[in-house]
Design a protein around this ligand. Sequence first.
Ligand code: ARG
Length: 467
Amino acid sequence: MPHSPAEPQANSLWGGRFARGPDAIMQEINASIGFDKRLWRQDIEGSKAHARMLAAQGIITEADRDAILAGLDDIANEIARGAFAFSEAREDIHLNIEAALAERIGEAGRRLHTARSRNDQVALDLRLWVRDAIDQLDAQLQALLRALLDQAERYAASPMPGFTHLQIAQPITFGHHLLAYVEMMARDRARFADCRARLNESPLGAAALAGTSFPIDRHATAAALGFARPMANSLDAVSSRDFALEFLAAAAICAAHLSRLAEEIVIWASAPFRFIRLSDAFTTGSSIMPQKRNPDAAELVRAKTGRINGNLLALLTVMKGLPLAYAKDMQEDKEPVFDTADTLALCLAATEGMVRDLEADEAAMRRWAGEGFATATDLADWLVRALGLPFRDAHHVTGRLVALAEAKGCGLADLSLDDLRSVEPRITADVYSVLSVEASIASRTSYGGTAPANVRAQIAAWRERLG
Ligand code: ARG
């Protein structure tokens, strides 16, 4: 199929040796402006730092610098107002802004690209963008931690069944359960902080791949843009995307945590469980079944993990096997990064809302906390402590008592002393003091355990750390 040129003239910025413009399909596959326009703030910030440095080093005049800075501010205002006309023929955000600058201020605008390449420019822009995204996500994670802590405090002593294999295991408190997510999501913050610290080096001035013969000052631009230092190797600076991979990986782990909480919310809010009630604000009704109250937000948080994982795999696959230095393949880094940042931000906001609004049904949780012989471990521990039985023997005796209670259709605490003694004659009435849900929970005072006093101490420690 014959194709028509997208634009009759060769590109005005790199078209020196080209006789004619690109094929329409070439333009379509090549252009990234459709998505990388989101880098406009970072692109302009980087260009301003570059222009100031060029003038300070005597590479351009102060008059040219001033014209460039004013022109870039103009363009920034226009983009912010939504009045800037982005052009696909101008390929990407870098060429769009640079061409607009040249149109506005003439020759000075065409001097901006001295000692720079789009290769270090795009690496710079994306680093700045990811750095900002991390700061925003971190603020959202903090808000979610506070919501979890508030609910953990409210339900610090409220019994619920603790599960393993989703089978009732031992009584815990709802506050303790929520604090488990506080721990996970605090580690998510730390992972993002590590990623931020490692990405915070400036690639600007690496130029196309080899550095430049102009007497630039990379330390100055790095400092002006808030970086800790310039990147030490020009090839690495233009061709590494592990900063983006780390961001995507940290986000994927965070999304995994959010999806686990979302799944629990779905289970807890279901009618057979009825552990929690979600607010109207974070549920939907059914068009056919009026009684329904669907946890759509939780389901979508659970589901969106899929695309967040996919974005990590997409960029890992793009980067695998790429020879140094820059290759156009790397243009494919942006959409996964943007999508993950947007998706995770939405998931964090929805999760915070659901957590803030949720109401626990303490009676329902309490009822189930005592089901399933949940205090069997407490009975076995009592046999060890009071009668000196080895734990394995105590486990066996307890198993027989569970079987007895099961046969009688009652709980462990409902067995008579005679029943208990029919299996182990040395048992005394003192055993009943450990068979209640409340006694079981209060006894779990080992560090990190579920006793309400522990839970309250952990909440206080987290509040202190969050400030
Ligand atoms: N749009 C490009 C990207 O996102 C910018 C860098 C282009 N560099 C080049 N040598 N063609 O990767």
